[in-house]
Design a protein around this ligand. Sequence first.
Ligand code: GLC
Length: 511
Amino acid sequence: MEQSLHRYPSPDGLRVLMASSEAHPLIKTGGLADVAGSLPIALRDLGQDARLILPAYPRAARQLREPKTLCEIKVPGARSSVRILSGSLPDHDLPVYLVDAPEHFAREGNPYTDLSGRDWGDNAERFLLFSRVVAQLAQGLPALDWRPDVLHTNDWQTGLAPALLKDVPGRPATVFTIHNLAYQGLFDRATFDRIGLPSSLWGMTGLEFHQRLSFIKGGIVFSDRVNTVSPTYAQEVCTPSRGCGLDGLLRQIGTRFSGILNGIDYREWDPAVDPLILQPYDQGNFGLKAENKLDLQREFGLTRNEGAFLLGYVGRLVEQKGMDLILGILPGLLQDPDVQCVIQASGERPLELAIQTLAAAHPRQVGVSFGYDETRAHRIEAGCDAFLMPSRFEPCGLNQLYSLRYGTPPIVHRTGGLADTVVHASPAALDEGRATGFLFDAPTADSLWQGVQQALTLYRGNPEGWRRLAVTGMARDFSWEASARCYLQLYADAIAERRLAGAQSTQPEAA
Ligand code: GLC
């Protein structure tokens, strides 16, 4: 594999343009941002020339290091010309391009929704424009002496870029990653007619999905390679129950579709050197972790008790994440005064209200913080004993990986990336020192309850067994390097496929 890669382009490695609608630390609503912010860095660490492009939301533009205007380009759908800014991440020299189209992106708040949580009414226009610019840059711009060998797009917001490039001669190879198949970028037919996409893109073999416009289909149908973020989720989405209507298409593309587990960035998530937590610790001095628990209890006004069993949750409040299951078991769990829970979440209002009500009823046992705060997320990972992730489905999941690193065994539903990354504490796995957390089989409150009870029993009944479980998780390696190598192979496959297609299309017709 190495060889075939190094034979390919320049001595500076493969040129990869990563397009994403969010990237940490410029802007983040979820796991996609972590991946888009760290995979290109991991690729650079492997000697490749990876670069990142995203919309110039104000928050992202403010943080761009050494920003310069690279050029202005004309893009259909934008009233004025669009500026391309270039710079780098605030904390890394990864080159970043920002698409500055104020009419589309100069809005404070969330990249996808207004302040009340409703999708921006012009999301189709906004992300079509972004995809158009991505497609232009992927073909090379006069002002930029650089053209990618591979365009790597992510999720529906960038799905139209491969569609726009499909017939462009000499286009780069294209790879599309699905971070969550449930978000598809669906709009009505009238939107398709309005936004000025070529009519040839309509239809079952194009962007049409049950008479609607589907952005994600653009990525799936027109990319040379498609992947999702764990092997198990890749299998699950090929079945009707998890395929969100696209399982047939995913089965049809066969070996063009695969699963690659995400990595995590240990420069940011390492309890031994994390500046955001009170007391650093590692596997050798796991006992020090308790200081972070006391600190977290203080921060959230909980009873300060080192012996309490403190559960954590960090995540968005959407049906996928299973907060309703947590709410289903907490009243029962909290009858035990030595069980506590800290939640950082934001999302659907009724769930926020239910959490608030529960916290108000148990102020010394339940701590809540709404919204996303990176510092607090680190402190929860470090301060809790165990981490709850009852997701109904989970393409990869990153918080369970952070939990493992922080010696906070995750209690997770056996699905997607959770099943791929957590080793259940069965008696045999505990004995053999392989166990890292608790898996339960059904996305139900009963099943979650059993998982938590199992954890509690080990925590209280066998502190040494618990320590071993936690430090086994801490020692597991989910760094990006291995995953980045898998992406390099995927890029090589995409390039090979592209070359083959090019060769076939230039071959004279057989007489
Ligand atoms: C989405 C998925 C999550 C995944 C992340 C990064 O947020 O829901 O499972 O880890 O993308 O790929």
